[in-house]
Design a protein around this ligand. Structure first.
Ligand code: PB1
Length: 341
């Protein structure tokens, strides 16, 4: 046998024979599908019900008053949207040391929840629970006089806010503050108020002190007035403490876990999902990730649908069950069945 023949017979022929048509390629795919079930859409609600405000650093993303949000959500719900994550944005409510505006009856989230539940009975409504949009200092905690975190007071306050949103109609409360013990405190408060079996807790368990939150802070008007959030958000280089944070939240009764941001943290996602396969694991494609992808597509680096869906399928392959993404409207349009007339 010639040398070339001998080489070709011995060489493993595994690639082309496995992918030469669409069906074969589909069979090679891991669990990467992106369906409506895998999406949660973050939305910003302002105090004026007729607001519709652009967010310059997030083209296509807007802050809505609840009545305008209704009009925005109606076609998306028809397209199959199953879940939203609500953030309050306030200009008029007073901001103070304890974030009292977070759960006042005139808070835009508290006012919007009953309406959203009535208008969209099949839509699952999650509420971000945090102090930063409502504190005068813009941190996600109540602070001691010396500026250090008063964890116990913060946890108690966060649980109060979560209860207010639960009572107003939230299906899910999602504490993004990163305080130790807030998941257990929220769960206990919900149980004490007979809501433990009708309101779920989505913990921002592995949330990193990322560079990618800038556009959100513009949108939500929630930047810290001084310092940064490195004292309570995970170090970007960390992995061990991220897994310990997930373990802490599992022990405190979290119903669902999260890794946030996701672009630079898919390794953490895989570890969390491998460690807790019995938990739904969410990932948050944050504002900076949204903007980077948008600008790359605008500059012709890739076609938005091709690049974005490749990124999202990668998160699903790494273990994400649900992707929180500002791109939900576009994705729903791309994936919804196109009825051929
Ligand atoms: O899209 C984003 O950038 C999300 C930002 C995120 C919202 N949960 C937080 C990040 C931050 O500003 O530190 C807000 C903190 N409660």
């Amino acid at each position: 046998m010639s040398e070339v023949r001998a080489y070709s017979v011995k060489r493993n022929r595994i690639l082309q024979s496995g992918i030469f048509n669409e069906t074969l390629r589909g069979w090679q795919s891991s669990k990467c599908d992106v369906t409506a079930k895998n999406l949660m859409y973050p939305v910003f609600i302002t105090e004026n019900d007729d607001d519709e405000q652009d967010v310059p650093s997030m083209p296509g993303v807007k802050r809505y008053g609840v009545d305008k949000l209704r009009g925005h959500l109606e076609p998306l719900v028809r397209d199959g949207l199953l879940a939203i994550l609500v953030f309050g944005v306030v200009d008029n409510l007073p901001k103070n040391e304890s974030g009292d505006g977070a759960d006042r009856p005139d808070n835009p989230v508290v006012r919007a929840l009953p309406k959203l539940r009535r208008w969209f009975p099949d839509l699952t409504v999650a509420c971000d629970v945090c102090l930063c949009p409502y504190t005068s200092h813009g941190h996600c905690a109540i602070l001691h006089r010396d500026g250090t975190i008063d964890n116990d007071a913060s946890v108690e306050r966060i649980a109060q806010i979560a209860l207010a949103y639960a009572k107003a109609g939230a299906h899910i409360v999602a504490p993004s503050d990163m305080m130790d013990g807030r998941v257990g405190a929220i769960k206990q408060t919900l149980v004490d108020h007979k809501l433990g079996n009708v309101v779920s807790v989505l913990s921002y368990s592995c949330k990193f002190a990322s560079a990618f939150y800038g556009p959100f802070r513009e949108a939500a008007k929630s930047s810290p007035a001084f310092g940064d959030r490195k004292r309570y958000q995970l170090p970007p280089d960390a992995a061990g403490i991220a897994l310990r944070a997930a373990a802490r939240d599992v022990a405190e009764g979290a119903d669902m876990l999260m890794v946030k941001p996701i672009m630079a943290y898919a390794d953490v996602l895989k570890q969390v999902k491998d460690q807790y396969p019995e938990y739904p694991v969410f990932v948050y494609q944050v504002s900076g990730e949204f903007a980077m992808i948008y600008n790359a597509a605008r500059d012709g680096i890739f076609r938005l649908q091709d690049g974005l869906m490749e990124i999202l399928r990668g998160y699903r392959r790494a273990g994400a069950d649900v992707i929180i993404t500002y791109y939900a409207p576009q994705i729903l349009d791309w994936i919804r069945p196109k009825h051929k007339l």
